[in-house]
Design a protein around this ligand. Structure first.
Ligand code: PMP
Length: 295
């Protein structure tokens, strides 16, 4: 049950945090959010990459012209306070900022109220399978000339919802979105990597969300002595990969079994497993020790 919500500086109950029908974000998708995980470790509850997430949160707010009355440090402290208040150990944290109730007009007028809330949920494994079968969506990922692709804006997720809906009543676990030029972009809520001849390859920034897990994986890869390259690639190249995986806060590191029913041939997932094992150590505070902020 979610009953401890940080809202505009105070911990309130779920009922007190409810929004009204005239909330701008409800009509126009004018919200921004984050998804962060906290892990229970031998040193206590640690929040993974807290500062990076809240930096992106502020960046997303700015992209929609929202005035943030809190500093980065204050927002990080608010997250810590919320996790403590929730009493949860391992959990998923959802900071959310939205244009609240105000005049009905697409462009929020200067001074249109912005609410910020933070709350925690229990979240175990996000994916339905250990290795996922994915389907290339007919929808392309939001176009960089239509929006601010690397901001985590609520309205962007209509694109993700539509792509994910194509997997309903099929054996596919997840959707894969291409960009406007037919290059592989990312999943509905996750970035993608593949491995070919011991090289770790991922989509460059531009059309995708600048995933915090993606940054972590790039760094883990390099520290494991793996060559890491950010470049465009097509689905055909992905199908020929030795290994592939999705990554993100919710999905963590999830190997991909097949793309449009074509099984990845090689795969013993050797490098994926190596990266996954290191990621598990980060979650426990045993590797990149400063990646966790203890509450
Ligand atoms: N892409 C999209 C579209 C996402 O929603 C997410 C989840 N935030 C990701 C990638 C992965 O980002 P992160 O590693 O920061 O969770």
């Amino acid at each position: 049950m979610i009953d401890k919500i940080w809202k505009n500086g105070h911990i309130v109950s779920y009922d007190q945090a409810k929004v009204g029908i005239n909330t701008h974000a409800l009509h126009y998708g004018s919200s921004v959010f984050e998804g962060i995980r906290a892990y229970n470790t031998v040193n206590g509850v640690g929040i993974l990459k807290l500062k990076e997430h809240m930096k992106r949160f502020i960046y997303s707010m700015e992209s929609l012209g929202m005035v943030c009355n809190y500093s980065l440090e204050e927002l990080c402290q608010a997250v810590i306070k919320t996790v403590k208040a929730s009493g949860l150990e391992s959990c998923y944290i959802r900071p959310l900022a939205y244009y609240a109730e105000g005049p009905v007009s697409v462009l929020p007028k200067e001074g249109h109220p912005v609410d910020i809330t933070i709350y925690c949920l229990e979240m175990g494994k996000y994916m339905a399978a250990d290795k996922v079968d994915i389907k290339v969506s007919k929808y392309i990922r939001i176009h960089p000339k239509s929006t601010v692709c690397d901001a985590k804006i609520g309205g962007h997720y209509v694109n993700s919802i539509l792509a994910s809906r194509e997997t309903i009543d099929t054996h596919y676990h997840e959707a894969l979105l291409l960009d406007m030029d037919g290059n592989v972009a990312e999943g509905a809520a996750m970035n993608i990597f593949f491995i070919k001849n011991n090289e770790l390859i991922t989509t460059p920034l531009g059309t995708i969300l600048d995933g915090i897990t993606r940054r972590l994986i790039i760094s883990i890869g390099r520290d494991l002595g793996i060559n890491v390259t950010e470049r465009y690639f097509k689905v055909e190249e992905l199908i020929e990969a030795d290994e592939a995986f999705f990554c993100g806060t919710a999905v963590e590191v999830t190997p991909i079994a097949s793309i449009d029913d074509k099984k990845l041939k090689a795969s013993n997932y050797k490098i994926t497993n190596q990266i996954k094992a290191t990621y598990e150590k980060v979650k426990k505070g045993e590797f990149y020790k400063d990646a966790l902020t203890y509450i």
